[in-house]
Ligand binder design. Structure first.
Ligand code: DAU
Length: 423
């Protein structure tokens, strides 16, 4: 990590997040980790205070999961972005990069490429939530003057990618001599971008990008899934017979492809890692990181794999047939009416929002409270380092205040900070 930057990594560590991927930077003095949720404004504000730049990578990012359960997508990707923007605005953040995706452009016609001004036409709950977040960023630039920039990247691949995405899943399956699941006819096309090229693109945008602009960041190659699977089997020395066509993803987009002339012309960025080299390195990485792979493919991943692959027919049936039940916590939180109401055949229901709207269910509040306690515990660990940094700042002046020991965890944390600073 460059000595010029200090990085605070704020992550909820949901299914795809994994601290073991960050071992190499964990003890770097320029790096701090905070486990929390971008939907929690208190946690976000406490973390963002004192930072100059925000890079908003946080997202529920898997299309298949969004089809089975859209609620976390909308919550994290749309509401979470709103929370970050509000706090960034309040704290006068100097630059805010919002990382979006080529999926917001939806299905491209054969042979065409999406430019930054192509219309958002999302197809899945995931891409709709990302398109929504892009739209939420725009008024923060135009109306509130927040210095934000949006990037839209194509399909990433490389080391440490969670094996729910196509490339790590197929590489891991091939190395284990297991079938490679290909959705539908496998003729869908994706635009592959090595993660290091993506990171260089983000740096270029942060350093030289124009405020309020959108920049596409795409790889040089647009490849059919089936062709990619065949290529991986050749590269791993495994038989082509491992290819296994499975039921298609509902609403599956056929083609994503980005036109990246703008970032090349304005910022001089273009991908540097060829698909051949990138795939070779990624396969090598999978061969050497077997411990990491075994760990991430245990526990919850087993259940995920069973539901999405081994029992694909029945689980897809449950969401595509009429009478399907939403599976999210939001759906469960809605109290069922005590008595079923019988409506006449032409009834219109009006949903109105007012002061007496039902409050959040107790369970949700308890979870938030627990989450916040956890955050305060981990923030508490950061106090000595924060004080050392403050004392090094020549402009820092300490003013003694009367402190309160009681109150919310946030007050207690503040009081502890104050007391340690006063020593
Ligand atoms: O394009 C950028 C997007 O790329 C990101 O915004 C998303 O977060 C990321 O998940 C990815 O979306 P895709 O749906 O394109 O990626 P995924 O790896 O899930 O699938 C790539 C293609 O491979 C897609 O056409 C579906 C297909 N596929 C995927 C899986 C997981 C299969 O045929 N079999 C599989 O098992």
């Amino acid at each position: 990590m460059s000595q010029d930057y200090s990085v605070v990594n704020f992550d909820k560590l949901t299914c795809a997040g994994n601290l073991a991927s960050l071992d190499s930077v964990a003890s770097n003095p320029h790096y701090t980790f905070i486990k929390s949720d971008i939907c929690d404004p208190v946690a976000v504000e406490m973390t963002m205070a004192g930072c100059q730049t925000v890079v908003h990578f946080a997202a529920e990012s898997h299309v298949d999961r969004s089809i089975y359960d859209p609620a976390p997508m909308i919550e994290t990707n749309a509401t979470g972005t709103f929370v970050l923007l509000q706090i960034a605005r309040k704290l006068n953040i100097e630059k805010f990069a919002h990382l979006s995706t080529d999926e917001v452009y939806g299905d491209m016609e054969p042979g065409t490429f999406a430019g930054e001004y192509s219309l958002p036409q999302p197809s899945s709950p995931y891409s709709a939530s990302k398109a929504s977040s892009d739209l939420i960023v725009r008024p923060y630039v135009r109306t509130f003057g927040l210095p934000a920039i949006i990037t839209r990247a194509s399909n990433n691949y490389g080391p440490f990618q969670f094996p729910e995405k196509f490339l790590p899943l197929t590489i891991a399956s091939a190395l284990d001599d297991k079938p490679l699941p290909i959705y539908g006819d496998g003729k869908q096309e994706r635009n592959w971008l090595h993660v290091q090229d993506h990171c260089r693109g983000i740096f270029a945008v942060l350093e030289r990008g124009r405020i309020g602009e959108v920049y596409n960041i795409g790889g040089a190659d647009v490849v059919e899934n089936l062709t990619m699977a065949r290529r991986l089997l050749r590269a791993t020395g495994k038989p082509q017979s491992l290819i296994s066509h499975v039921a298609d993803r509902p609403g599956h987009d056929r083609r994503y492809a980005l036109n990246c002339e703008k970032i090349q012309r304005e910022l001089g960025w273009k991908p540097t890692i060829s698909l051949d080299d990138g795939l070779r390195q990624t396969i090598e990485w999978h061969r050497s990181y077997t411990k990491w792979l075994t760990e991430v493919r245990g526990g919850h991943y087993r259940t995920y794999y069973q539901k999405y692959y081994e029992n694909r027919g029945s689980s897809l049936h449950a969401i595509t047939e009429s009478g399907r039940k939403p599976t999210s916590y939001l759906a469960q939180a809605i109290p069922q009416p005590r008595k079923a109401t019988t409506y006449s055949p032409r009834t219109i229901v009006l949903f109105l929002c007012g002061k007496n709207a039902p409050r959040k269910p107790q369970a949700a509040r308890t979870i938030r409270h627990r989450q916040r306690r956890l955050l305060h515990r981990s923030l508490g660990d950061q106090i000595p380092a924060a004080i050392t940094r403050l004392r090094r700042n020549p402009r820092f002046v300490f003013q003694q205040r009367r402190s309160h020991e009681s109150g919310s965890p946030a007050c207690q944390l503040g009081a502890r900070f104050h007391a340690e600073l006063a020593q």
